[in-house]
Design a protein around this ligand. Sequence first.
Ligand code: HEM
Length: 534
Amino acid sequence: VSIHDQKPHRGNGGELHQFAEDGAEVLTTSQGTPVADDQNSLRVGARGPLIVDDFHFREKIFHFDHERIPERVVHARGYGAHGFFETYESLAAYTRADIFQRAGERTPAFVRFSTVAGNKGSFDLARDVRGFAVKMYTQEGNWDLVGNNIPVFFIQDAIRFPDIIHAVKPEPDRAFPQAQSAHDTFWDFISLTPESMHMIMWVMSDRAIPRSFRFMEGFGVHTFRLVNAKDESTFVKFHWKPKLGLQSVVWNEAVKINGADPDFHRRDLWQSIQSGNFPEWELCVQLFDQDFADSFDFDVLDPTKIIPEEIAPVKPIGRLVLDRMPDNFFAETEQVAFMTQNVPPGIDFSNDPLLQGRNFSYLDTQLKRLGGPNFTHLPINAPKCPFQHFQQDGHMAMRNPVGRINYQPNSFGEGPRESRELGYRHFASSEEGGKVRLRPESFADHYSQARQFYISQTEPEQRHIAAALTFELSKVETPVIRERMVAHLLNIDESLAKTVADKLGFQTMPKAADAAMPTRQDLAPSPALSIVEK
Ligand code: HEM
């Protein structure tokens, strides 16, 4: 059932509708009881106390009291739209995924764009990473490509995710700043995390203040695998390229827009789709094999790195068109549950430790946010292909196995069965080594790609990065954090470091930073680290 066809607050169809005097449908309680008076609660006499018999009043208030669900722990502010994905040509040589077998095949899709740090009511033009999450309802189950508008990430291992998010979100004692990174705890964490330097260059660039969702790129970030019918694997990076090109605002504009219209990005998407101006992106891939992967001095499993496009060309394989706004923001955009682990046969994970951590995290967070294990019963999350399994019961179960048999194997010839041929087969990669908690040496170069990004920018773009760093660090009140950041910048680009240091009023330049993550011992003696009261 498409959410479009559902009228959840109306009758289920077929039954007798009653009509009020003026011809409108009669208002009912959610139990279907017709309501005589929705304006006045039941009381003893005109000025008397209210009466608990008033089931309509109680139901109305009870339902209202429970309207809010937890906002997403990250990416709370978002906006979504429906559309479709169209495959350009068969990719059967690389993947058995049904979505990529036939040229011209159209697959329904739902996309949610978001900011990361701000809460649900924050403003659209915060300097922040944008989420670019795409759910494709393929014939072999939902494929969620849960990406961002920046191709790399802050950290190399998911175990650090709670720390970076704690550091970027409002500080716990004062509960601000809201929806911006310009504060001590964020920059403290960043300055202690050399692996974040490449991402930081992107976040300080114009990419982090896009003109609208329609002018943003999207990236799957991690290296994934495509696996063909012969179980052969090819590494893949996914990119979304906007047909309208890439555009950003400048900081001065962002600040004004946030004040004048905090819903600027929402309004833009709504208006363009409602007026038939459908935004479009091309899905592109970079494909490479193990030998190619081994030829780099960085690791393709490291999500802080990009694969250079000059040597692994970005090949368009299809297009995404957004052509319909949700009927109901809550039912669709709020309740959509993206999960990196949603992949169809023919698309598989690499051993990127950030991706593998995410594959654990998203199921867990949806259980909490959507209130139990049956969130796939919500129309926005349900597959649009046939599906059958033996899962049952739990809160809000709307679909249960039909008949007597809810297990397998069974002797009654009933119910679905596994299929080795059609089913999902995880790629059999061979790993070696015992259990360790180690970061490989191949993840150790944190500056080269940050430098390459910086020097690839035009002169005005470089000025914007310097200005963003200066503005952000000028809000940092703990001197040692500013110094540590300039020490990192020295490893990225000396003139950038000097410009920022000058503007921040440094008397002397610090030494270039050590690329290793600081240990507790390194940090302990620094008296400057004591928290400065604001
Ligand atoms: C939500 C992207 C890393 C946990 C999201 C969303 C996006 C996203 C786009 C919003 C989904 C929506 O619109 O509903 C990314 C990217 C990452 C990354 C690109 C790194 C490359 C992580 C990591 C974790 C994580 C490492 C945890 C280990 C979450 C959680 C949510 C979320 C808990 C909230 C989901 C919800 O409530 O719907 N992420 N994320 N993410 N992400 Fe990530």
